[in-house]
Ligand binder design. Sequence first.
Ligand SMILES: [Zn+2]
Length: 415
Amino acid sequence: MSFDVITIYYIFLVLLVFDFLIWVFLEYLNKTRWNDELPVELSEIYDEEKYKKSMSYEREKYVFSKFSNIFSSALIFIFVLFWFFWKIFDYIISFWFWEFFSTLLFFLVLFLAQSFVNLPFSYYYTFVIEQKYWFNKMDKKLFFQDFIKSLILTIIIWWILLSIIILIYFFAWKYFWILAWALMVWFSTFMLMFYSSLIVPIFNKQTPLENWSLREKIEDFAKKVGFRLDNIFVIDWSKRSTKANAYFSGLWPKKRIVLFDTLISDLTDEELVWVLAHEIGHYKKKHTLQMLIFSIIQTGIIFYVLWIVLNYTEFSLALGSNSWSFALWVIAFSIIFSPLSLIFGVLWNIFSRKNEYEADEFAGKNHNLEDLKTSLIKLSKNNLSNLRPHPLYEFFYYSHPTLLKRLDVLDKIKN
Ligand SMILES: [Zn+2]
């Protein structure tokens, strides 16, 4: 089979436009659901004033994402259209001869460029939008500290992984996709286990719940469902934001539930027990393990497709190059992969929403339903969540079911 280079070049451009248009279409649908009057179904959750506030928050976030998305999509389009990816790579390799280092340097340049291009956007989002709605608690020093820290961290981790992948490409081409896959499986399992103990402390402080006064309230419940209390931590989220949340992470001995300190100040102790019950539900139903398996399958498919694509020089040529190169192939691959990643994203969200229902159900069966409902309502309200997304928008982008759906399902649980 052979491909026409010009055709591939146009396919690249079409795919980029397609990707952008899907987003435009879904945003448009979602906008049709905006309403200035308080909708009847939300009258028990929002009052008139709070609802207006949530709508204007929604609008500002929309305008922001419109600008940032148009900007980044246009940038990538122009890069492909005028062969800029190749020109940058060609420039680097012209004075840094060995392809191994040139490739690493190429991706470093792209990553740094992307990070610094995004910086003003995230600065605006934090200090203008989040600030206006009283969500932001960061000062500028913390913002830039975070930026530098995550920049360095990402570069270190990705350089190690990328170096190994490039070496596999050079020296074990026949087994490329299997070996690269194995590496990523090892890496994601390792990260899932040690993320909380290695990465989180770089940004936040986690205190065992034992030091907090609500320990006693939670102890009985944790005992009842067989979850050890020393696996529960409180994170100092309030130094960044007033938004509240909780999550379950890790595998086997490294499992932990992390409660935001903002959550503790927002909810009553009884409601907190519910949040905990929900997170323990994720653990009991083995959701992290399921998600890991899902992402392992996904990574396997990614590397298999990459391996197939890498067999054709034409993909590299379509980006302007006059010979084959690993760096340009990766770029070509990421463009071809975008429709597939949209599908993966949807599957991931369907899976995640199913898990949320299951965790709610576990909590509902083991704890007072009323606390459950009031805490869900409180959290959505405090975070100014959009509770009426368009169903298709929700289908594509929401990792959690909307509040109304969750309340509906809870109503059906009989203790
Ligand atoms: Zn959950």
